[in-house]
Design a binder for this molecule. Sequence first.
Ligand code: ME8
Length: 693
Amino acid sequence: MADSTSSANRFYLTTPIYYVNARPHLGHAYSTIVCDAIARRKRALGIETWFLTGTDEHGQKIERSAEQAGCSPQEFTTKIAAEFRGLWDRLGLTYDDFIRTTEERHKRGVQKLFSTLRDRGFIYKGSYSGQYCVFDEAYVEGPPGTPCPDCGRMTETVSEENYFFKLSAFERKLLEFYESNPGFMGPESTRREVISFVRSGLKDLSISRTSITWGIPVPGDEKHVIYVWLDALVNYITAIGYGSDDPKDQKKFEKFWPADIHLIGKEISRFHCVYWPAFLMAAGIPVPRSVRANGWLLFDQGKMSKSRGNIVRAETVDEVLGADALRYFLLREIPFGQDGNFSFDALVQRYNGDLANGYGNLVSRVVNMVHKYFGGVVPEMPSSDAPSIVQQTLEGFPAAFDALNFSGALQQLWALVAETDGYLTENAPWKKPTDRSDSDHQKLQARVLTDAAEGIRIITALVYPILPDAAAKVWRQLGQGEIGDAARNAFLKNLAWGGLTPGTKFGEPAPLFPRAEKDAIERMQNLEDSNNRSAVDAASQGEATALSQAAAAPSEVPATAVNTADGRANEALTPPTAGSSADQQHISIDDFAKVDLRVAQILVAERVPKADKLLRLEVDLGYEKRQILAGIAQYYEPEKLIGRKIVIVANLAPRKMRGLESNGMLLAASLPPDGAPVLAGFLEEVPLGARLK
Ligand code: ME8
C-alpha cells in the first residue's frame, strides 16, 4: 500500500459521516478510532492536522426512521447525532470538527456545488424510472422486483422527473486518473473492484428526488431535493469552508483541501472513488489524495450492523476494559483493509496477553524497581547505544503505521516489549549473586533499569496514538510530564534513543491494565443484553411494552410485545405504568392503525440452539406462512404450542436473531415481577389472518 503521508505540513483526514437512522455501534467506532490514531500521530509529528467526522442526516431512510420513531426528522436526527458525538467524546476521540448535513454551512455549500455543476453543463433534466434501494440510498439496475445487489433488500420502483449528472462523460477520465495515481485508493481489492465497475461502463446518475422532502432543495427548483449521496459527499469540503463567503473559511479550504485520506468502510467505495472524484472533476475542484477502505467488523458471523441485529456497543467495552483496550484490539487484531471478527473472548485474550501481562507488566516492573533501588530517580549512567531492535522499531513502526498497517506496526512494537522484558529477566537486577560486589551490582541495576526505562519511553511515545490514556499515565510515571503537551510539541519528530536523562524523578507507579478476570466477558455480555432493545431481553427484565390492549389475554396486566423486531418502534409507544393510565402518552387512531395485528396459528415450535430464551415458530396467517422468533422458551414447552392461535404484529420489519430471521412478533401479557409472558388468545373461534382493530 502506498504511503499515504502527505508531503505538505498539513494533513486532512475524514471518517464517513454516519447515518443517523440508528445509534452508533462498534463498526462506526472502528473507522473513527482508526482516524483518531492517525490524527494523533500526525499531530505528534508536528503536522497541522484536521480530523473531520459527522453525521449524514438527509434522505428517505432517515425520513422513514423518524416517522417510525414518531418524531420529526429534525428532532430525530438531532437526538441521534448527539449520541454519535457523545460516544466520540466518551472515547476521547480528537476530532477537530463534527459536521451535520442539516447545518446551514453544509446546505449552502451543497447548493453552490450543484449550481457550479449545472453552470458548467454537467447537469440536465430527464426522467428516471427504475429501482431504488432505500437502505443503501442507491439506484439499482434491473426490472421491478430486483433486490439490491449490496444489501439484498427489495428495491422500490421510482418514476420521477430528475436532474441527472453526466457521469458517463467521466469514464475515461477516471480510468486515466486511477492509472496515473496508483495510491489513490486502497486496499488492492477495493482498487480492483472500483476499476472493474468503471470499466463496465458508467451511466448518467440521477441526482435529485421529487418524491421526498427531507433533503436540500435544488437551487431554483425547490420541488427537487438533492440526492443524498451528492449531499453527503460534499460534507468533506463544506466542513472546511467551501461555499462560505467568509475569507477565513476560504483560507481554511485552500489550506486543507484536497483531503489526504477519506477513510471509509469498503461498502461505500464506489461513492467515494467514482462519483465523488467525478463530481469534483466536473466542478473544477481538486480530487482527494486518497481513499482508504477498512474491512468489515464481523460479529456472530455477519457484518456488524443494526439491521442484522448483531451489534456490540463501544460503551460496553469502554466500561469494562477501557477505550484503550478497544483501540488496541481493533488495530492489532484486524489487518487494516480486511474483514475481522470481533468477539469478547478474543478481546479479553488480547487485553490480558498484550496489555496486562505485556506492556502493563513491563512498565510496572521497571517503575517499581527504579523506586525501590534508586528512590525513584534515574541513576547517573553513561549513555548507551540504541540496541538494534530499538533502531529497527524506530524505523519499522512509522513505516508500517503510515502505510496503515497498524497490526504490523504493533507487532513490531510488541517485539520490543518482549525483548525489553526478556532483557530484565536475563539480567535479574533484583537478584544479587553472591560473587558480585555491591558496587558492581548497583552498576548493573543502574544500567539495566535505565536501558529498560528508555525502551519503555520509546515504546510509549510510539504507541501514544493507539493507547493515548495508558501512554499518558506511563509518561507521568517516567517523569516526562504530560504527554499531551509533548504531542503538541511534536515529540515524535525527534524521537531517538537516549532521551531519559539521569536525575529525572519518576512519578508514582500506578496500575495500567489490571488483569481482566473471568467475569469480564460475562459483564460485557450482560451489558449488551441489558441494552439490547430486543424484547427477548425486555421480557426477561420485566419491561412491559404495550402495543395493544385489544389483544390482551384474559388477564389484568398489559399486553407485551415479546420479541420486538425493532426496538425503536417500541420506543414510540410508551408502556403504561400500572395504575397511571392518565399519564400515558396518547396516540392517535391513525397511529394505532399502523400496527397490523393478525390472528395466526402455530404450526411448528422448537428451541433455538444456544439461546435459552428463544423459540422458533412457524405460523400460518391464512394468507401466508412465516417464521417468528419469540423469547418465551423459559415459559412455554414448544410441543404444547403447536396448533395454538395467537396474535402477532404482522408488519414489523424483519429482524435477525441468532442468525435466524424473525418476521413479526407475538403478543403476550407480561406478569410481574419478572415479566413472565402469557400469550394473547381468544375465547371464540377466529379465522386465521383476521385483523385486530
Ligand atoms: O454509509 N465494520 O453511513 P453508515 C466496519 N452515511 N465498519 C463499519 C461497520 C462494520 N461492521 N459498520 C459501519 C453511510 N461501519 C453513509 C456515508 S459518507 C459521505 C456517507 C463504518 O452509517 C464504516 O466506515 O452506514 C462504514 O463505511 C460506515 O460506518 C457506514 O456508516
